[in-house]
Design a protein around this ligand. Structure first.
Ligand SMILES: *Cc1c(COP(=O)(O)O)cnc(C)c1O
Length: 347
């Protein structure tokens, strides 16, 4: 039999995070902090009690309760996923029907469109334009004009590092006329979250992840936050055992450590501010655009991004190049200084 792949699958290639051995990795927006010894010991103790022969809790109830408690919300609004990536996949394939219109903005997180294609959505893109900022009125008008079924965007934005304030996002939710998926993967580095009012809207799904500020990218934990109707629908359509027992147990332990997490947040923001303070004058001197970040990375536009990207690689430093832009994750103070020194040398 001559089986051929359907056109949805044809031409897809596995995700490649980029090969190569770089001593300084500032390319994936991960946390530079990893649980310290005392916390690892607590995690290990929790893992020792995991019943390996049993399926995990399909509701991930303890994990969702710890998440809800840390963010001061009702656990009834919360469901868990195997990383936000899984949640995005479910949203784009189950919360839409084939032929539905999915509106994304550009630039934004590239996986949105990828999953939208798998969901057989009609993809419409609102272009942010030169300043990379979203105009809330323009986006609302675009969604209405295109008769959007779903709007999906990140706030603050990966990769631009810019954020909309609460009032602007509320306006978009109220007026876009569709289901709004608000990806707050980076909101721990900013202060304009709508998480505490997530159940006030009948058309809002808010997303958070443990991969960025919380420093647990390896566990694959993401959260869906919405009113009980939408949360119930998510729980009903996800695969039953999507979050494994080890990740549930470890994530629950870490999410209960409020002081530790608040300290992680302070350190991450301090690193971001220090990296930006170093990059800003350097960019100004060279006439490079450098955006004021509300995330754990800095987004900038060198004269020649490719040459700078290659130059940094040669110095053992990996950052992310996106067309003519570079996205640089804030690292340890030492990593930030290495990056700045390497850039200074590259006249
Ligand atoms: C990193 C990232 C995600 C994915 O998070 P995971 O929980 O690690 O899958 C989702 N959205 C945005 C905007 C991100 O930058």
């Amino acid at each position: 039999m001559a089986y051929t792949l359907n056109e949805k699958l044809r031409g897809l290639t596995p995700y490649d995070p980029g090969a190569g051995d770089y001593p300084v990795r500032l390319d994936a927006n991960e946390s530079f902090l990893t649980p310290p010894g005392w916390l690892r010991a607590k995690i290990a103790a929790a893992l020792a009690d995991v019943p390996y022969n049993r399926y995990p809790d399909p509701k991930a109830a303890a994990l969702c309760a710890a998440f809800a408690d840390y963010y001061g919300i009702d656990p009834a609004w919360v469901a868990a996923g195997n990383g936000l990536d899984e949640v995005l996949f479910i949203l784009a394939t189950c919360f839409t029907k084939a032929g539905d219109t999915l509106v994304t903005v550009a630039p934004d997180f590239s996986m949105y469109r990828f999953y939208g294609r798998l969901g057989e959505c009609r993809l419409e893109t609102y272009d942010k334009g030169e300043d990379c900022a979203v105009d809330p009125d323009g986006l609302v008008a675009f969604c209405r004009e295109k008769k959007a079924d779903m709007l999906l965007f990140s706030n603050p934005c990966n990769p631009t590092s810019l954020g909309l304030d609460r009032e602007a996002v509320r306006k978009i939710i109220r007026e876009a006329g569709c289901l709004v998926v608000l990806d707050e993967a980076y909101m721990d580095f900013s202060d304009q979250s709508l998480i505490q009012e997530a159940d006030r809207y009948d058309n809002l799904i808010l997303l958070r992840t443990c991969s960025k500020m919380l420093g647990l990218a390896g566990l694959r934990l993401g959260f869906f936050v919405a009113n009980p109707l939408l949360t119930g629908a998510f729980r009903a359509c996800k695969s039953p055992y999507n979050v494994n027992a080890l990740s549930q147990a470890a994530g629950t332990v870490v999410l209960r450590e409020k002081e530790y997490l608040d300290d992680c947040r302070r350190q991450a923001v301090a690193s971001r501010d220090s990296l930006y303070a170093g990059l800003r004058p350097l960019c100004d001197r060279r006439g490079w655009r450098c955006f004021t970040p509300q995330t754990n990375f800095v987004f900038l536009k060198p004269q020649d991004a490719q040459t700078v990207h290659e130059g940094l690689k040669a110095a053992g430093i990996l950052v992310r190049r996106m067309g003519g832009f570079l996205r640089i994750t804030a690292g340890t103070e030492e990593e930030n200084q290495k990056l700045l020194a390497a850039l200074e040398k590259m006249e």
